[in-house]
Design a binder for this molecule. Structure first.
Ligand SMILES: *Cc1c(COP(=O)(O)O)cnc(C)c1O
Length: 493
């Protein structure tokens, strides 16, 4: 299996190891597999009785053909061990007759980013060896809160890798900020920027493509790599849990082989839902993909109209990991549907004017799989409260946005196929807002909210968040977004 750039009409090929090492293609496009491997019903049948690491190694092997089966199985066993994912890697919980919550937050940082970022550092380590790389990888991460912490946990103290994380100073929750500021490890750096997530992401992209920065690093024995969901190494592990959810629905007797499920995903950078789409292209029986947005509803408008327009007000919401106006991975969907030539044209327009409109045939093709719904702040809070009342289920703010979108879809269409809703964070990561949504008042202190939420709902604080207030703060730098490169240089010394 080889990979190519979404913008390269000549389709130059790269190995999986090269792609994981490099992150972004040199022409500014994203790496995609040259063809989509198939997943047969026989293969799904075989995965039904397998544990999560075995399911993961099986799916990853279809994309990472330059890694051996033994390597992948060993890495998956280490990444998804019971000690890191307490209670299982991706359990499926039925909320009612139709909706199932796919809980992706049982890992070491209590958000779904762990599903990819526990395995990706292991894949990158092997990629350095496979490609004969002698330099140290410098991972630069822009985060809306969850990726940063998950990447720090995944990459900490890994040989020949350093990591620097940038987050918007006012764009993450108190718990998220503390999780990053208290990060341990000798190869990590964390810095806040004055700006929003898009500023941080644009800053990282700028550094990546700055020739002077690249040669400065090279002289010092480093090269840039990325842990954002623009890296294929992030996406491939996310395909696994949709296959796993389907296996679990078969095992519960909810579905028979070949019958279809629907999927709703709370979406920001479009990585998680794109992984579900790739699972569908591979042959996993998925019918509709419901893209859920918060008030930053650029994607809802795109699916309704075919026009992507980022020229709009940016809202800070209580689902901060979805506060994004440039959903980078949408480029991969456009590529799969429209090809490299038109992708290049649309992305040039996005760069120049902040907007593009896809051709009618592209829109029609996208409509076959996708639809979009959004949820404002009041409705998100209401969904958290209603879900607790109706199902006794405690949902975080992001999951609530998705639950609301799933409900809107079901009400509009009457489609009662099993609906798998990606639950992307522990409610305790956003305890303050969850608490306020449930009880209409804010606890005295954002950290006290964890204990109070636990007491009032009789649920447990997940292990990564216990005692978070008592850990030592190591990182307090705040810089203008224009000075991110300076901060990196200072870190490297
Ligand atoms: C990152 C994140 C999302 C958005 O996922 P994308 O792959 O960027 O679309 C949703 N919810 C939570 C909790 C997240 O951390």
């Amino acid at each position: 299996m080889k990979f190519q750039s979404t913008r390269d009409q000549n389709a130059a090929k790269y190995s999986a190891a090269q792609v994981i090492k490099q992150g972004l293609a040199a022409d500014g496009g994203l790496f995609v597999p040259e063809s989509i491997p198939t997943l047969t019903f026989e293969e799904i049948e075989a995965l039904r009785s397998a544990d999560y690491p075995t399911r993961a190694a099986g799916i990853l092997g279809k994309f990472l053909s330059d890694y051996t089966e033994e390597e992948l199985l060993a890495d998956c066993r280490a990444a998804y061990a019971e000690t890191s994912f307490v209670g299982g890697a991706a359990p499926l919980v039925a909320l009612d007759d139709t909706i199932h919550s796919l809980e992706l937050w049982h890992g070491p940082t209590a958000a779904f980013k762990d599903m990819a970022l526990q395995i990706m550092p292991r894949l990158l380590s092997r990629a350095l060896v496979k490609t004969g790389e002698e330099r140290t990888a410098l991972i630069l991460v822009a985060t809306s809160g969850d990726t940063g912490k998950a990447a720090l946990e995944g990459y900490k103290d890994i040989d020949r890798i350093k990591i620097a994380v940038f987050y918007p100073v006012d764009g993450v929750s108190r718990v998220q900020k503390l999780q990053m500021q208290t990060q341990t490890g000798d190869n990590v750096y964390v810095c806040a920027i004055n700006g929003n997530f898009d500023d941080a992401q644009t800053g990282v992209k700028k550094i990546f493509s700055d020739k002077n920065a690249v040669s400065y690093l090279n002289d010092k024995g480093y090269f840039f790599s990325s842990a954002n969901s623009i890296n294929w190494g992030r996406l491939a592990p996310q395909i696994v849990y949709y296959v796993s959810a389907y296996c679990d629905l078969l095992n519960k007797g909810t579905l028979k082989m070949g019958e279809k499920m629907n999927v709703t995903v709370p979406t920001g950078n479009f990585g998680n839902i794109l992984a579900a789409y790739i699972a569908k292209l591979m042959g996993l029986p998925i019918d509709r993909l419901v893209c859920a947005s918060n008030q930053n509803n650029v994607l809802t408008d795109f699916f309704n109209t075919g026009t992507y327009d980022r020229n709009r007000t940016f809202h800070l919401t209580m689902s901060p990991s979805m506060d994004i106006l440039i959903s980078s991975n949408l480029e991969r969907l456009i590529y799969f549907v429209a090809g490299a030539e038109r992708t290049t044209k649309y992305m040039e327009s996005l760069n120049k004017t902040g907007a593009y409109t896809v051709d009618a045939d592209v829109k029609a093709k996208i409509d076959e799989s996708f639809c979009g719904f959004f949820t404002d702040e009041a409705k998100t809070a209401d969904t958290i409260r209603r879900t607790m009342e109706r199902c006794g289920y405690l949902a975080d703010t992001h999951t609530a946005v998705a639950l609301s979108a799933a409900e809107q879809y079901i009400a509009q269409t009457g489609d009662r196929k099993p609906m798998v809703v990606a639950s992307t964070a522990s409610p305790y990561k956003f305890a303050n807002d969850v608490y306020r949504s449930l009880y209409g008042e804010t606890p005295s202190d954002p950290l006290a909210a964890l204990d109070e939420l636990s007491a009032r709902t009789s649920t447990e604080i997940p292990y990564p968040l216990r005692g978070i207030g008592e850990r030592k703060v190591r990182f307090t730098d705040v810089v203008p977004s224009a000075d991110m490169w300076k901060a990196v240089q200072k870190y490297l010394g």
